[in-house]
Design a binder for this molecule. Structure first.
Ligand code: GRF
Length: 218
């Protein structure tokens, strides 16, 4: 069983999808804790209801930003996770965090990276009249949404769609993609070493069945 810690800041819909996967009889990972930098994150109540440990580490409790970031790292370390899963965590991790868990932190981002790193991805895709949009699970490095891509899911952009509707179409794919990726890492069908990602033949076939995209690697 792969042990993971999930970091959130908001609604926690990806957390919900991860909890559902962790509660399956066939589950391959266990959520040791949910850590939030906001006491108002709705995902905290969800975690509580599922008897998962929660910790809130608010910026306002610390003098400097570095002290806050150190506290987040210390909290994550205290649970000794094998994988750190960012799910709507609105904070750039400190370099010391990335180094402490090098290659063991993943994030889900609401665009087909490298397109639209950062915020307001749906609005930007619509402004560009993009026909295809989607989401990406990637390794976290010290940049913003720059780490190696692990897997992606595409969404066809309907004509005249609002950013809100596009967001909900992308989210549905996020809820399928993220637990699947974590499960594949747990079963070592996806492996991450030295910042690059490798895939078993089995996982490539499974990805095609699910209409997920895996990068072509050497
Ligand atoms: C998701 O859209 C994810 O791609 C992005 O933040 C959002 C989190 O949503 N990183 P939720 O808190 O999981 O509902």
């Amino acid at each position: 069983m792969l042990s993971i810690v999930v970091l959130i800041s908001g609604s926690g819909t990806n957390l919900k999808a991860l909890i559902e996967a962790a509660e399956l009889e066939s589950a391959q990972f266990v959520i040791k804790a949910v850590i939030s930098n906001s006491p108002n994150a709705a995902g905290l109540a969800l975690a509580h209801n599922h008897k998962i440990a929660t910790t809130v580490i608010e910026r306002s409790s610390f003098g400097t930003l570095k002290e806050h970031k150190d506290a987040v790292l210390a909290s994550v370390e205290s649970y000794r996770p094998e994988l750190v899963v960012l799910a709507g965590f609105m904070m750039v991790l400190h370099e010391s965090f990335v180094n402490a868990f090098a290659g063991r932190i993943i994030n889900i981002h609401p665009s087909l990276l490298p397109l639209y790193p950062g915020l307001h991805t749906h609005e930007r895709a619509l402004a560009d009249r993009a026909k295809i949009h989607g989401c990406t699970v990637h390794i976290v490095d010290t940049g913003v949404d720059t780490g190696a891509i692990v897997a992606q899911a595409k969404v066809d952009v309907p004509s005249d769609v609002t950013p809100e509707t596009l967001k909900s179409l992308v989210q549905k794919r996020e809820w399928e993609l993220y637990p699947w990726v974590v499960t594949c890492i747990a079963t070592q069908e996806i492996t991450i070493a030295d910042g690059s990602v490798s895939y078993s033949e089995k996982v490539r076939v499974a990805a095609r069945d699910k209409n997920f995209i895996l990068p072509v690697t050497a």
